[in-house]
Design a protein around this ligand. Structure first.
Ligand SMILES: [Zn+2]
Ligand SMILES: [Zn+2]
Length: 477
Protein backbone atom coordinates (compact mmCIF):
# COMPACT_ATOMS: atom_id res chain seq x y z
CA UNK A 1 0.00 0.00 0.00
CA UNK A 2 2.78 2.38 0.96
CA UNK A 3 4.51 2.05 -2.39
CA UNK A 4 1.41 2.63 -4.34
CA UNK A 5 0.43 5.70 -2.33
CA UNK A 6 3.90 7.21 -2.70
CA UNK A 7 3.45 7.07 -6.45
CA UNK A 8 0.35 9.22 -6.57
CA UNK A 9 0.42 12.52 -8.31
CA UNK A 10 -1.80 15.56 -8.24
CA UNK A 11 -2.06 16.99 -11.75
CA UNK A 12 -3.56 20.22 -13.07
CA UNK A 13 -1.59 22.63 -10.83
CA UNK A 14 -3.70 22.07 -7.74
CA UNK A 15 -3.00 24.75 -5.14
CA UNK A 16 -4.81 23.29 -2.10
CA UNK A 17 -3.90 20.68 0.46
CA UNK A 18 -6.50 18.03 1.18
CA UNK A 19 -7.43 15.16 -1.07
CA UNK A 20 -11.09 16.15 -1.04
CA UNK A 21 -10.44 19.76 -2.02
CA UNK A 22 -8.01 18.57 -4.69
CA UNK A 23 -10.75 16.47 -6.29
CA UNK A 24 -13.34 19.26 -6.01
CA UNK A 25 -10.89 21.69 -7.57
CA UNK A 26 -10.19 19.45 -10.55
CA UNK A 27 -13.87 18.74 -11.09
CA UNK A 28 -14.84 22.42 -11.01
CA UNK A 29 -11.98 23.33 -13.31
CA UNK A 30 -13.44 21.19 -16.08
CA UNK A 31 -17.17 21.96 -15.79
CA UNK A 32 -18.64 23.79 -18.76
CA UNK A 33 -15.16 24.11 -20.27
CA UNK A 34 -13.43 23.33 -23.52
CA UNK A 35 -9.73 22.58 -23.16
CA UNK A 36 -6.88 21.30 -25.26
CA UNK A 37 -5.35 18.12 -23.89
CA UNK A 38 -1.97 16.42 -24.16
CA UNK A 39 -3.70 13.57 -26.02
CA UNK A 40 -4.13 15.95 -28.97
CA UNK A 41 -7.88 16.37 -28.68
CA UNK A 42 -9.95 19.29 -27.48
CA UNK A 43 -12.21 18.05 -24.67
CA UNK A 44 -15.54 19.62 -23.84
CA UNK A 45 -17.48 19.03 -20.62
CA UNK A 46 -21.01 20.34 -21.23
CA UNK A 47 -22.24 19.89 -17.64
CA UNK A 48 -22.03 23.36 -16.13
CA UNK A 49 -22.56 22.77 -12.46
CA UNK A 50 -22.24 19.87 -10.00
CA UNK A 51 -23.32 20.54 -6.45
CA UNK A 52 -23.89 18.45 -3.35
CA UNK A 53 -24.99 20.31 -0.24
CA UNK A 54 -27.86 21.61 1.82
CA UNK A 55 -29.18 24.11 -0.75
CA UNK A 56 -29.65 21.81 -3.74
CA UNK A 57 -33.22 22.92 -4.53
CA UNK A 58 -32.35 26.62 -4.35
CA UNK A 59 -29.27 26.15 -6.52
CA UNK A 60 -31.30 24.15 -9.03
CA UNK A 61 -33.93 26.89 -9.42
CA UNK A 62 -31.26 29.57 -9.72
CA UNK A 63 -29.57 27.50 -12.43
CA UNK A 64 -32.79 27.02 -14.43
CA UNK A 65 -33.48 30.76 -14.37
CA UNK A 66 -29.91 31.71 -15.22
CA UNK A 67 -29.75 29.27 -18.12
CA UNK A 68 -33.29 30.05 -19.32
CA UNK A 69 -34.27 26.38 -19.54
CA UNK A 70 -38.00 27.20 -19.72
CA UNK A 71 -41.13 27.12 -17.57
CA UNK A 72 -42.28 23.51 -18.06
CA UNK A 73 -40.47 20.94 -15.96
CA UNK A 74 -41.09 17.21 -15.92
CA UNK A 75 -39.89 15.45 -12.78
CA UNK A 76 -39.14 11.78 -13.40
CA UNK A 77 -38.72 9.36 -10.51
CA UNK A 78 -39.84 6.02 -9.14
CA UNK A 79 -42.06 5.54 -6.08
CA UNK A 80 -39.17 5.49 -3.62
CA UNK A 81 -37.25 8.42 -5.02
CA UNK A 82 -40.46 10.43 -5.40
CA UNK A 83 -41.10 10.00 -1.68
CA UNK A 84 -37.46 10.70 -0.78
CA UNK A 85 -36.91 13.74 -2.98
CA UNK A 86 -39.23 14.14 -5.99
CA UNK A 87 -42.31 15.28 -4.11
CA UNK A 88 -40.64 18.10 -2.22
CA UNK A 89 -38.68 19.16 -5.30
CA UNK A 90 -41.81 19.35 -7.46
CA UNK A 91 -43.58 21.41 -4.78
CA UNK A 92 -40.60 23.72 -4.58
CA UNK A 93 -40.54 24.19 -8.36
CA UNK A 94 -44.31 24.89 -8.39
CA UNK A 95 -43.88 27.47 -5.59
CA UNK A 96 -41.28 29.15 -7.76
CA UNK A 97 -43.68 29.51 -10.67
CA UNK A 98 -42.75 26.49 -12.80
CA UNK A 99 -45.39 24.34 -14.43
CA UNK A 100 -44.33 21.01 -13.02
CA UNK A 101 -45.38 17.64 -14.43
CA UNK A 102 -44.69 14.42 -12.60
CA UNK A 103 -43.81 11.04 -14.07
CA UNK A 104 -43.49 8.20 -11.58
CA UNK A 105 -42.36 4.77 -12.71
CA UNK A 106 -44.34 2.22 -10.78
CA UNK A 107 -43.11 -1.34 -10.68
CA UNK A 108 -44.84 -3.55 -8.17
CA UNK A 109 -43.15 -6.93 -8.32
CA UNK A 110 -39.59 -6.31 -9.35
CA UNK A 111 -37.12 -3.44 -9.52
CA UNK A 112 -37.50 -0.93 -12.33
CA UNK A 113 -35.28 -1.89 -15.26
CA UNK A 114 -33.34 0.47 -17.50
CA UNK A 115 -34.73 -0.66 -20.85
CA UNK A 116 -34.37 1.20 -24.11
CA UNK A 117 -38.05 0.79 -24.99
CA UNK A 118 -39.08 2.40 -21.71
CA UNK A 119 -36.73 5.33 -22.40
CA UNK A 120 -38.19 5.76 -25.90
CA UNK A 121 -41.75 5.93 -24.59
CA UNK A 122 -40.63 8.47 -21.96
CA UNK A 123 -39.01 10.51 -24.75
CA UNK A 124 -42.42 10.91 -26.46
CA UNK A 125 -43.96 12.29 -23.28
CA UNK A 126 -41.01 14.61 -22.67
CA UNK A 127 -41.33 16.01 -26.17
CA UNK A 128 -45.01 16.81 -25.66
CA UNK A 129 -44.94 18.11 -22.12
CA UNK A 130 -41.60 19.57 -21.08
CA UNK A 131 -38.95 22.21 -21.77
CA UNK A 132 -36.57 20.25 -19.58
CA UNK A 133 -36.55 17.11 -17.43
CA UNK A 134 -35.30 16.48 -13.92
CA UNK A 135 -34.18 12.92 -13.15
CA UNK A 136 -34.81 12.27 -9.46
CA UNK A 137 -33.25 8.95 -8.49
CA UNK A 138 -30.14 6.88 -8.95
CA UNK A 139 -28.74 4.76 -11.79
CA UNK A 140 -31.84 3.42 -13.50
CA UNK A 141 -33.81 6.69 -13.48
CA UNK A 142 -30.76 8.63 -14.60
CA UNK A 143 -30.06 6.26 -17.51
CA UNK A 144 -33.70 6.33 -18.65
CA UNK A 145 -34.04 10.12 -18.49
CA UNK A 146 -30.62 10.81 -20.02
CA UNK A 147 -31.47 8.75 -23.08
CA UNK A 148 -35.08 9.98 -23.29
CA UNK A 149 -34.05 13.66 -23.03
CA UNK A 150 -31.45 13.11 -25.76
CA UNK A 151 -34.05 11.55 -28.06
CA UNK A 152 -36.57 14.29 -27.23
CA UNK A 153 -33.92 16.95 -27.84
CA UNK A 154 -34.38 18.72 -24.49
CA UNK A 155 -31.94 19.37 -21.63
CA UNK A 156 -32.10 17.47 -18.37
CA UNK A 157 -30.91 18.04 -14.83
CA UNK A 158 -29.78 15.15 -12.68
CA UNK A 159 -31.00 15.16 -9.05
CA UNK A 160 -29.30 12.08 -7.55
CA UNK A 161 -30.71 10.41 -4.47
CA UNK A 162 -27.72 8.13 -3.77
CA UNK A 163 -23.95 8.07 -4.31
CA UNK A 164 -24.36 4.67 -5.91
CA UNK A 165 -22.75 4.88 -9.36
CA UNK A 166 -20.64 7.09 -11.59
CA UNK A 167 -22.99 7.69 -14.48
CA UNK A 168 -24.71 10.92 -13.38
CA UNK A 169 -22.66 13.36 -15.48
CA UNK A 170 -21.55 10.82 -18.09
CA UNK A 171 -22.16 10.91 -21.82
CA UNK A 172 -23.51 7.37 -22.05
CA UNK A 173 -26.67 5.67 -20.94
CA UNK A 174 -26.58 1.99 -19.90
CA UNK A 175 -29.78 0.45 -21.22
CA UNK A 176 -30.74 -3.08 -22.09
CA UNK A 177 -31.83 -3.69 -25.66
CA UNK A 178 -33.36 -7.12 -26.36
CA UNK A 179 -31.85 -8.44 -23.15
CA UNK A 180 -28.30 -7.14 -23.70
CA UNK A 181 -26.85 -4.31 -21.65
CA UNK A 182 -25.53 -1.60 -23.97
CA UNK A 183 -23.87 1.71 -23.31
CA UNK A 184 -25.54 4.10 -25.72
CA UNK A 185 -24.23 7.61 -26.39
CA UNK A 186 -26.43 10.27 -24.78
CA UNK A 187 -26.16 13.94 -23.80
CA UNK A 188 -24.83 14.57 -20.29
CA UNK A 189 -27.05 16.54 -17.90
CA UNK A 190 -26.74 20.32 -18.00
CA UNK A 191 -26.24 20.21 -14.23
CA UNK A 192 -26.22 17.82 -11.26
CA UNK A 193 -27.71 18.92 -7.93
CA UNK A 194 -27.84 16.63 -4.92
CA UNK A 195 -29.22 17.30 -1.46
CA UNK A 196 -26.45 15.98 0.79
CA UNK A 197 -29.00 14.95 3.46
CA UNK A 198 -30.75 12.74 0.91
CA UNK A 199 -27.44 11.21 -0.23
CA UNK A 200 -26.63 10.42 3.41
CA UNK A 201 -30.02 8.90 4.15
CA UNK A 202 -29.91 6.51 1.15
CA UNK A 203 -29.56 2.85 2.17
CA UNK A 204 -26.02 1.76 3.05
CA UNK A 205 -25.99 -0.81 0.24
CA UNK A 206 -26.32 2.04 -2.29
CA UNK A 207 -23.13 3.68 -0.96
CA UNK A 208 -21.37 0.34 -1.05
CA UNK A 209 -22.46 -0.04 -4.68
CA UNK A 210 -20.95 3.41 -5.35
CA UNK A 211 -17.70 2.29 -3.78
CA UNK A 212 -17.72 -0.97 -5.77
CA UNK A 213 -18.32 0.84 -9.06
CA UNK A 214 -15.76 3.44 -7.98
CA UNK A 215 -12.81 1.10 -7.45
CA UNK A 216 -13.28 -0.40 -10.92
CA UNK A 217 -11.61 2.67 -12.46
CA UNK A 218 -8.26 1.33 -11.31
CA UNK A 219 -8.51 -1.63 -13.68
CA UNK A 220 -10.57 -0.29 -16.56
CA UNK A 221 -8.08 2.48 -17.26
CA UNK A 222 -5.44 -0.24 -17.66
CA UNK A 223 -7.76 -2.09 -20.05
CA UNK A 224 -8.05 1.11 -22.05
CA UNK A 225 -4.28 1.70 -22.08
CA UNK A 226 -3.72 -1.89 -23.28
CA UNK A 227 -6.29 -1.51 -26.03
CA UNK A 228 -4.39 1.54 -27.25
CA UNK A 229 -1.27 -0.61 -27.60
CA UNK A 230 -2.88 -3.74 -29.02
CA UNK A 231 -5.77 -2.27 -31.02
CA UNK A 232 -4.19 1.13 -31.76
CA UNK A 233 -7.24 2.81 -30.29
CA UNK A 234 -7.49 6.41 -29.17
CA UNK A 235 -6.38 6.89 -25.58
CA UNK A 236 -6.19 9.84 -23.17
CA UNK A 237 -4.17 9.66 -19.95
CA UNK A 238 -6.20 12.35 -18.15
CA UNK A 239 -9.00 10.05 -16.82
CA UNK A 240 -6.45 7.63 -15.35
CA UNK A 241 -4.53 10.47 -13.70
CA UNK A 242 -7.74 11.88 -12.19
CA UNK A 243 -8.44 8.46 -10.72
CA UNK A 244 -5.23 8.44 -8.66
CA UNK A 245 -6.66 10.86 -6.10
CA UNK A 246 -9.96 9.04 -6.27
CA UNK A 247 -8.39 5.66 -5.47
CA UNK A 248 -6.45 7.15 -2.61
CA UNK A 249 -9.68 8.62 -1.27
CA UNK A 250 -11.30 5.17 -1.30
CA UNK A 251 -8.32 3.56 0.43
CA UNK A 252 -8.43 6.14 3.21
CA UNK A 253 -12.20 6.50 3.58
CA UNK A 254 -13.84 3.10 2.97
CA UNK A 255 -14.82 2.69 6.62
CA UNK A 256 -16.18 6.23 6.89
CA UNK A 257 -18.20 5.80 3.70
CA UNK A 258 -19.73 2.65 5.14
CA UNK A 259 -20.53 4.24 8.49
CA UNK A 260 -22.37 7.10 6.78
CA UNK A 261 -19.97 9.95 7.58
CA UNK A 262 -21.41 12.96 5.66
CA UNK A 263 -18.01 14.30 4.52
CA UNK A 264 -16.98 10.85 3.28
CA UNK A 265 -20.25 10.46 1.36
CA UNK A 266 -19.79 13.87 -0.24
CA UNK A 267 -16.26 12.78 -1.14
CA UNK A 268 -17.57 9.54 -2.64
CA UNK A 269 -20.06 11.56 -4.69
CA UNK A 270 -17.24 13.77 -6.02
CA UNK A 271 -15.13 10.69 -6.84
CA UNK A 272 -18.00 9.17 -8.79
CA UNK A 273 -18.64 12.39 -10.67
CA UNK A 274 -14.97 12.64 -11.65
CA UNK A 275 -15.30 9.15 -13.12
CA UNK A 276 -18.48 10.22 -14.93
CA UNK A 277 -16.72 13.27 -16.39
CA UNK A 278 -13.82 11.05 -17.48
CA UNK A 279 -16.25 9.28 -19.83
CA UNK A 280 -17.20 12.66 -21.31
CA UNK A 281 -13.50 13.41 -21.83
CA UNK A 282 -12.95 10.02 -23.49
CA UNK A 283 -16.08 10.27 -25.61
CA UNK A 284 -16.91 6.71 -24.55
CA UNK A 285 -17.29 4.60 -21.42
CA UNK A 286 -13.75 3.19 -21.88
CA UNK A 287 -12.17 4.83 -18.78
CA UNK A 288 -15.02 3.66 -16.55
CA UNK A 289 -16.03 0.27 -17.89
CA UNK A 290 -13.72 -2.62 -18.76
CA UNK A 291 -13.65 -6.38 -18.29
CA UNK A 292 -15.05 -6.10 -14.75
CA UNK A 293 -18.18 -4.38 -16.12
CA UNK A 294 -18.59 -7.07 -18.77
CA UNK A 295 -18.58 -9.72 -16.04
CA UNK A 296 -21.30 -7.78 -14.23
CA UNK A 297 -23.34 -7.30 -17.43
CA UNK A 298 -23.06 -11.02 -18.16
CA UNK A 299 -24.32 -11.93 -14.67
CA UNK A 300 -27.23 -9.49 -15.12
CA UNK A 301 -28.14 -11.20 -18.39
CA UNK A 302 -28.09 -14.64 -16.78
CA UNK A 303 -30.23 -13.42 -13.89
CA UNK A 304 -32.78 -11.69 -16.10
CA UNK A 305 -32.94 -14.71 -18.43
CA UNK A 306 -34.05 -16.72 -15.40
CA UNK A 307 -36.44 -14.03 -14.17
CA UNK A 308 -34.33 -13.35 -11.06
CA UNK A 309 -33.94 -9.97 -9.46
CA UNK A 310 -30.70 -8.23 -10.42
CA UNK A 311 -27.97 -7.45 -7.91
CA UNK A 312 -26.83 -3.86 -7.49
CA UNK A 313 -24.59 -2.98 -10.43
CA UNK A 314 -21.81 -1.46 -8.33
CA UNK A 315 -21.63 -4.37 -5.89
CA UNK A 316 -21.15 -6.89 -8.72
CA UNK A 317 -18.62 -4.58 -10.37
CA UNK A 318 -16.68 -4.18 -7.10
CA UNK A 319 -16.19 -7.93 -6.68
CA UNK A 320 -15.36 -8.33 -10.38
CA UNK A 321 -12.74 -5.57 -10.05
CA UNK A 322 -10.81 -7.57 -7.45
CA UNK A 323 -11.04 -10.55 -9.77
CA UNK A 324 -9.72 -8.71 -12.84
CA UNK A 325 -6.93 -7.10 -10.78
CA UNK A 326 -5.87 -10.64 -9.82
CA UNK A 327 -6.02 -11.64 -13.46
CA UNK A 328 -3.65 -8.76 -14.23
CA UNK A 329 -1.35 -10.07 -11.50
CA UNK A 330 -1.36 -13.46 -13.24
CA UNK A 331 -0.39 -11.74 -16.48
CA UNK A 332 2.45 -9.92 -14.73
CA UNK A 333 3.80 -13.29 -13.58
CA UNK A 334 3.43 -14.94 -16.97
CA UNK A 335 6.59 -16.32 -18.53
CA UNK A 336 5.92 -15.51 -22.18
CA UNK A 337 9.06 -17.30 -23.36
CA UNK A 338 7.08 -20.52 -22.77
CA UNK A 339 4.27 -19.55 -25.15
CA UNK A 340 4.28 -20.86 -28.70
CA UNK A 341 2.39 -19.18 -31.51
CA UNK A 342 1.29 -22.60 -32.81
CA UNK A 343 -0.38 -23.43 -29.50
CA UNK A 344 -1.96 -19.98 -29.30
CA UNK A 345 -3.32 -20.45 -32.81
CA UNK A 346 -4.99 -23.75 -31.86
CA UNK A 347 -6.39 -22.13 -28.73
CA UNK A 348 -7.76 -19.18 -30.71
CA UNK A 349 -9.40 -21.36 -33.33
CA UNK A 350 -10.97 -23.56 -30.64
CA UNK A 351 -12.61 -20.46 -29.19
CA UNK A 352 -14.30 -19.57 -32.48
CA UNK A 353 -17.77 -20.71 -31.54
CA UNK A 354 -20.47 -21.18 -34.18
CA UNK A 355 -23.65 -19.08 -34.29
CA UNK A 356 -25.78 -22.00 -33.12
CA UNK A 357 -23.80 -22.18 -29.88
CA UNK A 358 -24.92 -18.61 -29.10
CA UNK A 359 -28.56 -19.41 -29.87
CA UNK A 360 -28.39 -22.39 -27.57
CA UNK A 361 -26.57 -20.62 -24.75
CA UNK A 362 -28.38 -17.26 -24.71
CA UNK A 363 -31.66 -18.09 -26.42
CA UNK A 364 -32.53 -17.05 -29.97
CA UNK A 365 -33.03 -13.30 -29.58
CA UNK A 366 -30.19 -12.54 -27.17
CA UNK A 367 -27.94 -15.09 -28.90
CA UNK A 368 -28.21 -13.29 -32.25
CA UNK A 369 -27.23 -9.97 -30.64
CA UNK A 370 -24.26 -11.43 -28.77
CA UNK A 371 -23.07 -13.25 -31.88
CA UNK A 372 -22.98 -9.96 -33.82
CA UNK A 373 -20.63 -8.52 -31.16
CA UNK A 374 -18.61 -11.74 -30.92
CA UNK A 375 -17.68 -11.90 -34.61
CA UNK A 376 -16.20 -8.40 -34.37
CA UNK A 377 -13.71 -9.94 -31.95
CA UNK A 378 -12.95 -12.89 -34.18
CA UNK A 379 -10.97 -11.78 -37.22
CA UNK A 380 -9.39 -14.42 -39.46
CA UNK A 381 -6.29 -15.98 -37.87
CA UNK A 382 -3.93 -13.91 -40.06
CA UNK A 383 -5.25 -10.71 -38.44
CA UNK A 384 -5.20 -12.15 -34.94
CA UNK A 385 -1.74 -13.59 -35.44
CA UNK A 386 -0.38 -10.10 -36.11
CA UNK A 387 -1.95 -8.86 -32.88
CA UNK A 388 -0.59 -11.73 -30.78
CA UNK A 389 2.88 -11.39 -32.28
CA UNK A 390 2.73 -7.68 -31.46
CA UNK A 391 1.80 -8.51 -27.85
CA UNK A 392 4.65 -11.00 -27.53
CA UNK A 393 7.19 -8.67 -29.12
CA UNK A 394 6.13 -5.71 -26.98
CA UNK A 395 5.44 -7.66 -23.81
CA UNK A 396 7.87 -5.75 -21.61
CA UNK A 397 6.20 -2.46 -22.59
CA UNK A 398 2.69 -3.84 -22.05
CA UNK A 399 3.77 -5.44 -18.78
CA UNK A 400 5.27 -2.17 -17.59
CA UNK A 401 2.10 -0.20 -18.30
CA UNK A 402 0.11 -2.76 -16.28
CA UNK A 403 2.64 -2.68 -13.46
CA UNK A 404 2.72 1.12 -13.27
CA UNK A 405 -1.01 1.48 -12.80
CA UNK A 406 -2.19 -1.72 -11.13
CA UNK A 407 -3.46 -1.53 -7.58
CA UNK A 408 -2.98 -4.99 -6.07
CA UNK A 409 -6.10 -7.13 -5.90
CA UNK A 410 -5.49 -7.65 -2.17
CA UNK A 411 -5.59 -3.88 -1.55
CA UNK A 412 -8.79 -3.48 -3.58
CA UNK A 413 -10.25 -6.37 -1.62
CA UNK A 414 -9.26 -4.66 1.62
CA UNK A 415 -11.09 -1.46 0.58
CA UNK A 416 -14.25 -3.51 0.07
CA UNK A 417 -13.79 -5.43 3.31
CA UNK A 418 -13.18 -2.24 5.29
CA UNK A 419 -16.56 -1.05 4.09
CA UNK A 420 -18.35 -4.36 4.70
CA UNK A 421 -18.89 -4.74 0.94
CA UNK A 422 -19.25 -8.38 -0.22
CA UNK A 423 -16.05 -9.84 -1.67
CA UNK A 424 -17.39 -13.08 -3.10
CA UNK A 425 -20.00 -13.71 -5.76
CA UNK A 426 -21.49 -16.56 -3.76
CA UNK A 427 -22.64 -13.93 -1.23
CA UNK A 428 -24.78 -12.52 -4.06
CA UNK A 429 -26.31 -15.92 -4.79
CA UNK A 430 -24.33 -16.42 -8.01
CA UNK A 431 -23.61 -20.05 -8.84
CA UNK A 432 -20.14 -21.39 -9.63
CA UNK A 433 -21.37 -22.29 -13.11
CA UNK A 434 -22.59 -18.77 -13.91
CA UNK A 435 -19.38 -17.30 -12.57
CA UNK A 436 -17.26 -19.59 -14.71
CA UNK A 437 -19.37 -18.79 -17.77
CA UNK A 438 -18.99 -15.09 -16.97
CA UNK A 439 -15.21 -15.37 -16.80
CA UNK A 440 -15.02 -17.27 -20.07
CA UNK A 441 -17.74 -15.58 -22.09
CA UNK A 442 -18.28 -12.03 -20.78
CA UNK A 443 -15.66 -10.78 -23.22
CA UNK A 444 -17.94 -11.81 -26.09
CA UNK A 445 -20.53 -9.19 -25.15
CA UNK A 446 -18.71 -6.15 -26.48
CA UNK A 447 -16.06 -5.39 -29.09
CA UNK A 448 -13.92 -3.48 -26.53
CA UNK A 449 -10.54 -5.10 -25.78
CA UNK A 450 -10.08 -5.82 -22.06
CA UNK A 451 -7.96 -7.86 -19.66
CA UNK A 452 -10.26 -10.81 -20.40
CA UNK A 453 -9.19 -10.68 -24.07
CA UNK A 454 -5.53 -10.27 -23.26
CA UNK A 455 -5.70 -13.31 -20.97
CA UNK A 456 -7.60 -15.26 -23.63
CA UNK A 457 -5.16 -14.30 -26.40
CA UNK A 458 -2.25 -15.50 -24.25
CA UNK A 459 -4.08 -18.73 -23.44
CA UNK A 460 -4.40 -18.32 -19.65
CA UNK A 461 -8.06 -17.34 -19.17
CA UNK A 462 -9.48 -20.87 -18.81
CA UNK A 463 -6.80 -21.94 -16.37
CA UNK A 464 -7.34 -18.77 -14.31
CA UNK A 465 -11.11 -19.39 -14.22
CA UNK A 466 -10.58 -22.99 -13.06
CA UNK A 467 -8.17 -22.03 -10.31
CA UNK A 468 -10.28 -19.06 -9.23
CA UNK A 469 -13.29 -21.30 -8.84
CA UNK A 470 -11.31 -23.87 -6.91
CA UNK A 471 -10.19 -21.03 -4.62
CA UNK A 472 -6.56 -21.52 -5.48
CA UNK A 473 -6.30 -17.83 -6.24
CA UNK A 474 -6.67 -16.35 -2.83
CA UNK A 475 -9.96 -14.56 -2.41
CA UNK A 476 -11.63 -14.37 0.95
CA UNK A 477 -15.31 -15.37 1.11
ZN1 LIG B 1 -7.15 14.04 -23.57
ZN1 LIG C 1 -20.44 1.07 -13.53
Amino acid sequence: MQNWLNNRFIPMDYPGRTLYSSMEYKLKKMLGKKFRCKCGRVHFVPTKEIYAGLNAKERLVRFILKEGLGANALIVSDQNTFAAAGESLSEYLAENGFKTGIEIFVSRKEKLKAEKELALSLAKRLKKRADFAVAVGSGTINDLVKYAATVAGIPYISYPTAASMNGYPSSVSALSCRGIKKTLPANPPVAVFADSRILCSAPKEMRLAGLGDGISKSVCNIDWAISRLVKKEYFCALPGSLMKDVMEFYIRNAKRIASGNPQAIKGLFTCLNLAGISMVIAGSSAPASGGEHLISHFLDMMNSKRGRELNLHGVQVGIATVLTAKLYEELLNLDISRLSIEKLKKHYLRGNLPRKWFYKFYGREMGGEVYREFIKKYPAWSGKEKEILFILKNWSRIRQSIKNALIPGSLLEKILQDAGHPVSFSRLGISQKDLKDALLHARELRARYTVLDLAFDLGILEDFADRYLRNRIKLRG
